[in-house]
Structures are given as structure tokens and as C-alpha cells.
Design a protein around this ligand. Structure first.
Ligand code: SF4
Ligand code: SF4
Ligand code: SF4
Length: 194
């Protein structure tokens, strides 16, 4: 039996293609910026905010609070190819807050209001949950506090958000203050292939 594709199915194909093209552009940009001398990077498999299995633990905010720059060189990045574009995103909403008249959590998770939630295409007002929503992070506002990374982590989310050092912002201190403070030895300097 041929089942008619839902609105979510159709939108999903289109958005995944566009997201993959976007990620390719980002990768090319990063490889141009990184020099052969190496750069500070975050190992997402070690960082408590993104490490699988570390659930129900406190968020680490040291990337936000210990960088020598006034606004940390670390930002949250959403991998759109991996994101589920959920109606109720646990990285965008404070899911334990009271439910409002729309049936959505009334508070946002990000303390700096740096995440934008945009419906993709037209929303059917009778069924807004049958739609995709794009979540983009405004890097002028984000300070890498890690809350959304922890919120998106499986099993609540799809682990599409991670922390990254912005090579164009980081001044590459010889002794990075974040690397010194990092409790998980997740902040490390590695040679980068160009
Ligand atoms: S890392 Fe913190 S400041 Fe940045 S988008 Fe996530 S919650 Fe907001
Ligand atoms: S090397 Fe310096 S500027 Fe770069 S992240 Fe570490 S403390 Fe911040
Ligand atoms: S200091 Fe280490 S554990 Fe904490 S958010 Fe940064 S990379 Fe993750």
C-alpha cells in the first residue's frame, strides 16, 4: 500500500539537502582559517555537556566563564543535518517550565536568548506539531555556556548541538585559560591539517 507522504516527510527531504550544502561551506571556511601550527579545540566525546551517558549532571560553563576574551571564543553550533527540527526542542525550551496557552513550555533555556526558532514553510494552525522548526544560534549573543548542548543531548534530543572554538575569535593563548580550567581534559591543542 502506498501511503501519502506527510508534510513532515516532504519538508524533511528538502531541508536535509540544504543543510548538507551549508555544512560543507562551514567545513571549507574552517579549514581555510586553521593554520598548520594547531589550534585549541574541544573534544566533544570528553566534554561533559556533550559526552553520551553523562545525563542528570550539572552543566559545565567554564568555556563561557574562563576565556580571556570578554565574550568567550567558544560558541554553540547546531548541526542542521542531524537536528530533528522538533516542535518542542529541549535545547530551546525550558521543558520543565509551565505550559502556556499554545501548549508550549513558557520559558526558554538559553540565558542569552541566542537561539532562534523558525517554522519551515507554512504552519497548519490546526496542527502546528506536524511541521519542522529550524533552530539557529546567533553567535553574536552566544557565549558557549553549554546549556543548550546538554539540553539537546540524547536521549532528550539528537545531540545535534555542540560547542566549538571559533578560530577567527580565539587569540590562541599559549596556555589557554579554558584548557587549564576544563574538568574533563576536553580542551586541547591539536595540529590541524590544511
Ligand atoms: S551555549 Fe548557552 S548562550 Fe549559547 S546558545 Fe546555548 S544556551 Fe545560549
Ligand atoms: S586560547 Fe585564549 S582566547 Fe582562545 S579560547 Fe583559550 S583563553 Fe580564550
Ligand atoms: S571547560 Fe571542558 S568540560 Fe567544560 S564546557 Fe568547556 S570543554 Fe566542556
Amino acid at each position: 500500500m502506498n501511503e501519502k507522504p506527510t508534510r513532515r516527510d516532504v519538508l524533511g527531504h528538502a531541508v536535509r539537502g540544504a543543510a548538507l550544502m551549508g555544512m560543507g561551506g562551514v567545513a571549507a571556511y574552517v579549514s581555510r582559517r586553521a593554520g598548520p601550527e594547531g589550534a585549541w579545540r574541544i573534544d566533544v566525546e570528553r566534554c561533559v555537556n556533550s559526552r553520551h551517558g553523562a545525563v542528570g549532571v550539572a552543566v559545565c560553563d567554564k568555556c563561557a566563564t574562563t576565556c580571556v576574551l570578554p565574550l568567550s571564543a567558544v560558541r554553540a553550533v547546531n548541526d542542521h543535518a542531524k537536528c530533528g527540527r522538533c516542535y518542542i526542542c529541549p535545547a530551546y525550551f525550558e521543558i520543565t517550565s509551565a505550559i502556556d496557552e499554545r501548549g508550549l513550555p513558557s520559558q526558554k533555556l538559553c540565558p542569552r536568548d541566542a537561539i532562534r526558532r523558525t517554522p519551515i514553510g507554512e504552519v497548519d494552525p490546526r496542527d502546528p506539531a506536524n511541521n519542522y522548526y529550524e533552530y539557529t544560534i546567533d553567535e553574536k549573543l552566544c557565549n558557549g555556556c553549554g546549556k543548550c548542548v546538554m539540553g539537546c543531548k540524547e536521549p532528550a534530543g539528537l545531540s545535534s548541538i555542540r560547542l566549538e572554538v571559533r578560530y577567527d575569535l580565539c587569540v590562541r593563548c599559549n596556555r589557554c585559560a579554558i584548557a587549564v580550567a576544563c574538568p574533563d581534559e576536553a580542551y586541547e591543542r591539536r595540529p590541524v591539517q590544511t
